[in-house]
Design a protein around this ligand. Sequence first.
Ligand SMILES: C[S@@+](CC[C@H](N)C(=O)[O-])C[C@H]1O[C@@H](n2cnc3c(N)ncnc32)[C@H](O)[C@@H]1O
Length: 266
Amino acid sequence: MKPVLKWAGGKTSLIPQLIKHFPQSFNRYFEPFLGGGAVFLALDQAKKSVINDFNTEITNLYEIIRDEPRQLMRELDLLGEKYSEKFYYELRAAKPKLHVKKAARTLFLNKTCFNGLYRQNSRGEFNVPFGKRPRLPKIYERPQIMELSKRLKKTKLLNLDFEEVIDLAGPGDFIYCDPPYEPLSVTSSFNSYTFKGFNKKDQIRLLEASERAVARGAQVAISNSSAPFVKKLFRNWELVTIVSRRSINSKGDRRGLVEEILAKSY
Ligand SMILES: C[S@@+](CC[C@H](N)C(=O)[O-])C[C@H]1O[C@@H](n2cnc3c(N)ncnc32)[C@H](O)[C@@H]1O
């Protein structure tokens, strides 16, 4: 299955490269930094999974896809009828209270904003400009929403800090982490998925929580940039180089080949 959200740092193009390094067999699958969920959606549907993101916009959208998919699509159709630049900015400024309307706003803005970027200002408000597509782009595919709805009914969906989620994993479980990446240079990187950001202390917290999970018998794989800080942090893990074609960064759509790493505890 493909993601319903277009997500900065989305892993769709790296899935074959990543999955071949995942353990052959494991008990439950954990993904504490879900984002667009590309990796979770590419994996075996029968696996028991625990997915999480700190960003309530994302988890609310997935909860609504799980519980009220038809109402969501109806809301999206209504928003689509009003498509224009002016309407985009009205919707961006709106703060719907009803969860289904909030979810429709999230998905609609994601598909009509500039480059599928998700960014918040210091007050935690979504602040990406209009994508300027002359006609309404495809916002959703009905069969995909219905299939995801079924899949999410069998999945544990959480809205916590990653550490609390990793602490739930036990013997035989596999945890794949795709955290906001450590910047390669001060200006190069986009990692403000939430206004709180993600800093070196968080990267260290991630390593420590992962090592606790490994000590309990879980296996962990973590994606990150190839920044020297990351390589040093994971010096006792096996590091695999993954070559990615980055299409979203702070400058919009600069494209190029970038080496990143997958750190494996196994
Ligand atoms: C790189 S994205 C994940 C991309 C995703 N794997 C995909 O393929 O689309 C990182 C995600 O981590 C989430 N995040 C940031 N800080 C977090 C935290 N402290 N705990 C849990 N999730 C967090 C962000 O909301 C963002 O969705």
